[in-house]
Design a protein around this ligand. Structure first.
Ligand code: 93A
Length: 517
């Protein structure tokens, strides 16, 4: 029996080859692998000896030869195939151990050039893997060093690799080569700066870990990461304390981080079930924490807190008084970390570059039964220049500041969403209502119940989409709200504007809707 070994990742290969050799299997090998095996005293034969053709073109052509591929593809049970091999003086190959040029590691390198990436596209390796896998009944094909042991175990135990295992190995090959090609195609799409949504969508994500369960304990779940560098993302956070992140932790933390990225000044975001429950911005991070916490001292319990400056000992002390699921920050004072580590269950994550936004062409994917809906992310940032004042009264500077703040928050509130803010602090949030007036009423109710009876007086209101009727203005007036920010664009805008003018409320339109579901 013969085994062809050609590997870039040489982990465990010497031990494996030695065992194969001891089982009486002849080893064929390519340049670098051959050299390594030879050094270790393994009697390998160079592929060029089998093909009668030298490796050429800087190694671009090593194994691309009929003597190899006919040896892999010949069906042993087909008399005609075996006769042809004999006539052509080609011997069958029974095992293929191949792993590919490190394309992924190459594109992850800083400052990698396109030429370098292209040179790391393996041609001969996938071709051998595919030939061997197609002929899986007769050839055992191993591409993952983790499978060396399994194959050896069967060879030693039963003298052969079972059909079941060969079928498993075949399936693994096609999964591997398709991922490899997808990775190349994705890289090239980015290189071309092609932002069009593709005709067919292939996704390559690699598993970070299996999770204990999904959104609920009876659902299976795993965490996958996109291949490539992902600055400022939950996948790159360093966990310093606490249990493994759960499915809901990852989802909620991701949402909280996306909101946080809207702010450059010291800001703290508290989230629960995918919605912000308290957000505060201030000149210093401790004051921002106080605001986020005071905004809703009830819902934050069991929530996620993300912070865009170093967590201080004061903050850690305050945080440790309540139960938090996850805390994320770019850094922690030594004392702060010590305090937080005193709480075994709280997951503490450090995320450098927390402020780095997603690429604006990144996809947002939603699975529907039988399909996938794909869009680019809602990355547009609101600027004061986009804002149109539509009422008689113009906003004061402070109202404008608070409206911009509230709009950034409501962008991340599930629709229909309303957020109230005062002094760069949310004071009421109405998320996920099936009609807007309920969201408005809930946000006012929130401020009254969780802050104080008159908390909404003098605040501003932000709405993720336009007002279909003037009832939200009515509710705002009752709550003592003085300024409203919303996209505008309803056929009944005039009704709302009229009502604002009647009440002396100022209202501005952004022209940009932020539905979120
Ligand atoms: O350059 S290739 O695309 N052309 C080939 O004919 C070929 N044959 C094997 N790459 C080829 N390989 C790859 O070389 C294997 O997939 C493996 O990753 C690598 C092993 O090379 P070496 O044994 O010289 O280290």
């Amino acid at each position: 029996m013969r085994a062809l070994i050609s590997v870039s990742d040489k982990t465990g290969i010497v031990e494996f080859a030695k065992e194969l050799e001891a089982l009486g299997i002849q080893i064929l090998s390519t340049g670098g692998t051959y050299k390594k095996l030879k050094e270790e005293g393994i009697k390998a034969v160079e592929v060029s000896e089998v093909t009668g053709f030298p490796e050429c073109l800087d190694g671009r052509v090593k194994t691309l030869h009929p003597a190899i591929h006919a040896g892999l593809l010949a069906m042993r049970g087909k008399e005609e195939h075996m006769k042809q091999l004999e006539e052509l003086h080609i011997e069958p190959i029974d095992f293929v151990i191949v792993n590919l040029y490190p394309f992924k590691a190459t594109i992850l390198k800083e400052d990698v050039t396109r030429e370098e990436a292209v040179e790391n596209i393996d041609i001969g390796g996938p071709t051998m893997l595919r030939s061997a896998a197609k002929n899986y009944q007769d050839v055992a094909v191993v591409t993952d060093p983790a499978d060396y042991e399994k194959v050896l175990g069967e060879l030693k135990g039963q003298g052969q690799v079972s059909l079941d295992t060969k079928f498993y190995l075949m399936q693994k090959v096609f999964m591997h080569t398709s991922n490899y090609d997808t990775m190349i195609a994705d890289y090239l799409k980015k290189e071309r700066k092609d932002t069009a949504l593709p005709e067919t969508l292939t996704l390559t994500y690699e598993k970070v870990q299996d999770m204990r369960y999904g959104e609920n304990p009876h659902q299976k779940a795993a965490f996958y990461r996109e291949i490539g560098k992902k600055k400022g993302s939950i996948v790159d956070a360093l966990q310093l304390n606490g249990k493994e992140l759960s499915f809901n932790n990852i989802n909620d933390t991701n949402g909280a981080l996306e909101l946080l990225k809207e702010f450059s000044e010291p800001t703290v975001v508290a989230c629960k079930h995918g919605n912000p429950c308290g957000v505060g911005s201030a000149d210093n991070i401790e004051a921002a924490w106080d605001k986020a916490y005071q905004a809703d001292k009830v819902s934050i319990f069991g929530g996620i807190v993300v912070v865009n400056r170093t967590v201080t000992a004061y903050m850690a002390n305050e945080m440790s008084k309540i139960f938090l699921e996850v805390i994320v920050a770019p850094a922690f004072e030594e004392k702060a970390l010590e305090i937080l580590k005193g709480k075994k269950n709280v997951r503490v994550l450090q995320l450098a570059d927390i402020e780095v936004p997603q690429n604006e062409n990144a996809y947002d994917l939603k699975k529907v039964n039988g399909g996938l809906i794909v869009q680019t992310i809602d990355s547009k940032l609101l600027e004061e220049a986009d804002i149109k004042v539509v009422t008689d009264r113009k906003p004061t500077d402070k109202e404008m500041e608070d409206m911009l703040f509230a709009m950034k928050v409501v962008k991340f509130v599930k629709s229909n969403g309303i957020a109230l803010a005062k002094d760069k602090q949310t004071i009421g949030i109405g998320p996920g209502q099936v009609n807007r007036i309920w969201a408005a009423k809930q946000s006012i109710e929130h401020s009254r119940e969780l802050i104080s009876e008159e908390a909404s007086a003098g605040s501003v209101l932000a709405s993720d989409a336009f007002f279909p009727f003037d009832d939200c203005v009515e509710a705002a007036q009752e709550g003592g709200i003085t300024a409203i920010i919303q996209p505008g664009g309803s056929i009944r805008d005039e009704d709302s504007i009229k009502k604002c003018n009647e009440y002396g409320i100022t209202m501005v339109f952004t022209g940009m809707r932020h539905f979120k579901h």
